[in-house]
Design a protein around this ligand. Sequence first.
Ligand code: HEC
Ligand code: HEC
Length: 261
Amino acid sequence: MTRPKGIDSVLLRIIATVSVSMLTMFANAGVGEGQELYDSYCQICHGGLGEGQTMGKALTDTVANRLTDEELIAVITDGREGTGMTAWRSSFTETEIFDIAAYVRILQGRDGINLFDDKTVPSDGGEVLAGEQLFNGKAGCVTCHSYKDQGGNVGPELDGVFGRLGDRGLNRALLNPSASIVVGYEAKEIVQEDGTLIRGRYRNDTDLAVQIQSKDGRRWVTYFKDRVQSLVDSNESLMPDVYATLGAAEQEQLMTFLKSL
Ligand code: HEC
Ligand code: HEC
């Protein structure tokens, strides 16, 4: 019996849809990729549930359970010389190896991999992260400052700022920006002929004209001195007093982050 044309492609489409939604489901569970790879490449020697087979040992026994997360990832990446356990480094990406290792943990009845428990991460790692989020989010520092080449250029780069300023200097820069203004970041104030006020960092100050940086830091606009109402040096910092408006816990987080730069 021959099937009418078209059924095959309909079937294919159904199969495709089902596998895609299964993949999505697994991806959401966070272990799907690891499980698929494990079933395809490891099961043959270690068994579908990690119970072990002739060619490979159990992954659920005390010995395997005692491996740290790092050791587990290392065994899969580098293999065990002189045994059937070959190195998988060239077969998988780091992420895939991580996912497989996480699935081995699940087979062991554990929560997966948590490399952030690693002692090499400083214990205030959470504070640094929270501070970085404030810096790039709510506190808006990133619009004017950069670190690691990311961010704005209205204010100085903040890499190594703690080493440069120390505790007292950093506190003063944050709590009272105008108390001492970083050389090269002084501001000028211009009142234009129509009365609008421009304030910003300046450069190329000559008898004829001066250039003022736009608020977003991207452009330098030229103002001719004979075409403005007034032009004066500003003794106030361009840096707003945002820091003082943050709560004590947030100030602490931001400070911890700045010290980590
Ligand atoms: C050809 C069979 C084979 C395959 C395929 C294989 N392994 Fe192994 N594996 C072994 C053997 C044999 C050992 C025991 C090595 C030893 O004697 O230390 C082992 C050891 C291990 C160990 C260390 C266990 C312990 O208790 O120290 C882990 C973890 C492991 N394998 C994970 C995997 C994963 C994950 C995969 C799939 C990417 C995989 N293996 C694929 C054979 C295999
Ligand atoms: C509107 C732009 C702007 C914003 C927003 C801003 N700053 Fe600044 N910041 C500056 C400028 C300009 C300077 C240099 C002038 C000065 O010393 O006051 C500066 C100076 C600094 C200094 C001293 C740097 C040094 O090398 O001495 C630190 C530290 C600093 N800012 C941190 C921050 C933090 C943290 C935030 C977010 C809470 C922030 N700034 C928000 C513009 C800004």
